[in-house]
Design a protein around this ligand. Structure first.
Ligand code: AMP
Ligand code: MG
Length: 470
């Protein structure tokens, strides 16, 4: 179950200082012509004690990047490599973002709270910008708000969009009508140590730094004491968390779009939303990125893709550990995934799992029913919430048809655990985030500078999150 925000005082804790010389470069933010506050996360600001900032102070920190008290004196562009669509790229790194601050939240799940990062997107050029302008489009920022809010509400462990400030520049992009408006975003995330961070150390043959980085991730991000075999210990944790991540994408009907190894966080937290989409129907071949012509990161291939990335982590860790030490953790990934996907689907259906065999049969029946009928994913989970205690919507004749026969039989044996008291469950239709609505929300901003539909949607999503108990 993802962690919900729990109020806490501001507690700066820039742990990266111990390893920053070998993993990052100090950089400066761009000076923007304007800084217009468009979104501040009123749900998560209190979890890190920043809710008392005035809008002026907020803009000074998250638009002009004046350091937060007791935090990093200068932003750090993080170094990493990664496989992009299976091709190794040693020329990447934080090209339009940096690590701005580190602080602890109020999560009771971890003593002393979790160590979180405030990282940016669109804050200017860095040594890793290559041909890029270091900027983020306003539309890209709005899309990231919508993705993170929806995923959080659906129970996916995700980075949070903490701040979005419009910056008054005109950007040229080939995937948006241009010139297009600019913005700088700040995300709150559980670390920024990616699989690609380890791949870089393997490629540059820096085993000592890799050992230190393993210690950093175990101690600071997993709150674990490194034991005799820290590499295997870390790999085991990463396997569990990334399997849960892949499973949660399926239950959410979400397609990330760019599951490159530099976009996979070693905490298993989902982040970095570019060409993402929610899948309207259960179509395994549905892709999000127009440039993913092979369908490498299609809806139904996401588990495989994330597993492949984790294999790259294991190969990197070979620089500090023997293959036999690492193999058991890696071999367990498919089993972790199977358990996690059953748990995630049962969670969204609001039913109690019944054990491996029964759950697998239920999932298979669901897969057949949804693929054949092409009932909307959100509609399906809405109607069957609690296992059908809530009478399946009279609206959809598909549920009575042959396609759903096995699913109806399978789910009848399940016990509903979800409360249906929340008013959301009496709405005519579920809350969704399909592409037409994303575009409509953006159009209101682009054409009339009307931010109302965006804020209304965030409220509606958070209400759904309440109803789902996430
Ligand atoms: P992404 O596909 O967003 O994960 O980005 C892959 C790499 O390209 C990372 O190193 C980014 O920092 C870099 N990048 C993406 N967009 C830009 C940009 N507009 N300017 C500079 N670097 C960028
Ligand atoms: Mg990225």
């Amino acid at each position: 179950m993802p962690i919900t925000p729990q109020a806490a005082a501001y507690r700066p804790d820039p742990r990266i200082e111990s390893i920053r010389d070998r993993l990052s470069d100090p950089v400066a933010a761009a000076a923007f012509p304007k800084t217009i506050l468009r979104f501040r996360n009123r749900r998560w600001d209190k979890a890190v004690g920043l809710d008392s900032l005035s809008d002026e102070q907020w803009t000074a920190h998250f638009g002009r990047f004046e350091p937060l008290p007791g935090n990093l004196p200068q932003p750090l562009a993080l170094r990493y490599h990664g496989h992009q669509f299976r091709h190794y790229n040693p020329d990447i790194g934080d090209g339009r973002g940096f690590l701005f601050a580190q602080l602890r939240d109020g999560a009771a799940e971890q003593p002393g709270g979790r160590l979180l990062d405030l990282g940016t997107k669109g804050s200017g050029r860095t040594p890793y910008s290559r041909f890029g302008d270091g900027r983020l489009t306003l539309k890209g920022g709005v899309r990231e708000i919508l993705a993170t809010e929806m995923l959080e509400a659906l129970g996916v462990e995700t980075s949070k969009t903490f701040s979005l400030i419009e910056t008054g520049e005109a950007l040229q992009r080939n995937d948006e009508p241009s010139p297009t408006r600019s913005a700088v975003m700040v995300r709150l995330s559980h670390g920024h140590i990616r699989i690609g961070t380890f791949q870089r150390l393997a490629t540059l043959n820096e085993p000592d730094t890799m050992r230190d980085l393993i210690g950093y991730v175990l101690t600071n991000l997993y709150a674990e004491t490194p034991g005799d075999a820290p590499a295997a210990q870390l790999l085991d944790l990463v396997c569990r968390r990334t399997a849960a991540l892949a499973a949660s994408y399926m239950a959410a009907g979400f397609v990330h779009g760019v599951l490159n190894s530099d976009n996979i966080n070693t905490t298993g937290e989902s982040f970095d939303y570019g060409p993402w989409r929610f899948n309207p129907t259960w179509n395994p071949d549905f892709t999000a990125a127009y440039f993913d012509q092979q369908g490498l990161y299609a809806f139904g291939r996401q588990a495989q893709a994330i597993h492949w990335d984790v294999v790259q982590l294991a190969l990197s860790l070979r620089h500090v550990a023997a293959a036999e030490e690492l193999a058991p953790a890696l071999d367990a990934w498919p089993a972790h995934y199977e358990r996690a996907v059953a748990a995630a689907i049962c969670g969204r259906l609001g039913i109690a799992p019944r054990g491996e065999e029964a759950d697998l049969a239920l999932l298979q029946a669901m897969d057949v029913a949804l693929q054949r009928s092409q009932v909307g994913i959100d509609r399906f989970f809405f109607d069957w919430r609690g296992g059908g205690r809530r009478a399946p919507s009279p609206a959809d004749p598909h549920y009575e048809a042959e396609d759903f026969a096995d699913f109806r039989t399978a789910i009848a044996a399940y016990r509903g655990t979800a409360s249906l008291d929340h008013g959301y469950w009496r709405d005519a239709a579920p809350c969704s985030m399909l592409i037409d609505e994303v575009e409509a929300i953006w159009s209101a901003i682009a054409e009339a500078d009307d931010w109302g539909p965006l804020y209304a949607k965030v409220d509606a999503i958070r209400r759904m999150g309440e109803a789902l108990g996430s």
